[in-house]
Design a binder for this molecule. Structure first.
Ligand SMILES: Nc1ncnc2c1ncn2[C@@H]1O[C@H](COP(=O)(O)OP(=O)(O)OP(=O)(O)O)[C@@H](O)[C@H]1O
Ligand SMILES: [Mg+2]
Length: 289
């Protein structure tokens, strides 16, 4: 679906490149996440992949085409939701979607059904000027799917959404994946990355440090340890044990025999822990999503 080789991009007027030697290949039907702190270059990469920034170096093929030579057919197969929702404020949700649907001749999805999927059915006839930020975000997401495209780019799709609506958006995207769509998203929300993405790429300072599935990353980085919390002489102790040969560990057996065991849990790393370990960078800044 997407093949990127040796991609470099320098914004006009800048001395050094913002995107440095990015290589990535994305398969049909994947949900793929670009993960990284603010300013890492996620939106820049996305703008190159959708053909908005053309003056790049390297090879970028999307939907079997060289994006620098993208045709109008290319744009019919592509759905995009930019970071900041952009709608006609005086139009209702329905009027906005119908307006945008008017650009496409056929193969449109039902506007009402789409709005229902992201809990906006009641807002069907509400003017967008009266929408909250989260409502605009959800409208923005479904708009990208309106013309039933094969490949959809979403820039920070869950930014500004409460947990209930994050869940609805995740559900909607999984339904779309089940229909065979390929979805590329940018996020700093680790939960979204972990529960939604088939694979993630860690982006830091314009480079991709690592690409893998959240599950494989968690397996590879987990230390296979358990944490045992117990009481000894009235004092709480926390001890870590390797899972390997645990049954033969004398100290562990001793704790089990005592009656002051409080809790045994597996020690798992979150995707966020792994991100910090791999990149040496925190994922979160002042942004709250
Ligand atoms: N039009 C532009 N001209 C020059 N520099 C730009 C332009 N747009 C972005 N940049 C710079 O490129 C770098 C990457 O920006 P980008 O928007 O791709 O980051 P991001 O990973 O999407 O961040 P965020 O999580 O905040 O959205 C930043 O240093 C930014 O200042
Ligand atoms: Mg961005």
């Amino acid at each position: 679906m997407i093949q990127v080789e040796n991609l470099f991009y320098t914004y006009p007027g800048n001395m050094s490149p913002t995107i440095k030697n990015v290589n990535v290949s994305i398969k049909d039907g994947e949900i793929f996440g670009f993960l990284g702190p603010s300013g890492a270059g996620k939106s820049t990469i996305q703008k190159i992949l959708i053909g908005v920034l053309k003056d790049y170096q390297g090879n970028v093929r999307v939907l079997n085409q060289d994006v620098s030579k993208a045709s109008s057919q290319f744009y019919r197969q592509l759905g995009v939701a930019f970071e900041t929702p952009n709608f006609y404020q005086k139009f209702t949700a329905k009027e906005n979607l119908e307006f945008f649907a008017g650009f496409y001749n056929n193969n449109r999805l039902n506007v009402e059904e789409l709005l229902e999927k992201v809990a906006l059915k009641d807002a069907y006839n509400t003017r967008v000027s009266n929408f909250s930020k989260g409502m605009k975000m959800r409208l923005n997401i479904v708009r990208a799917f309106l013309h039933n495209p094969d490949l959809i780019f979403l820039d920070e799709p869950t930014s500004g959404l409460d947990p209930v609506n994050v869940k609805k958006v995740k559900q909607f995207l999984l339904e779309q994946k089940a229909k065979g769509k390929t979805i590329i998203l940018n996020t700093h929300n680790m939960n979204v990355a972990e529960t939604l993405c088939d694979r993630v790429a860690f982006v830091v300072e314009g480079e991709i440090n690592l690409i893998d599935s959240p599950k494989k990353l968690k397996e590879a980085f987990s230390r296979n340890e358990i944490a045992v919390l117990y009481k000894e002489a009235g004092k709480e102790n926390l001890e870590y044990f390797q899972m390997k040969l645990l049954g033969q560990n004398k100290q562990f057996q001793q704790i089990l025999k005592g009656d002051e065991l409080i809790k045994i849990s597996t020690v798992e790393k979150t995707l966020e822990d792994i991100f910090v370990e791999v990149t040496g960078r925190e994922l979160h800044d002042s942004k709250t999503n």
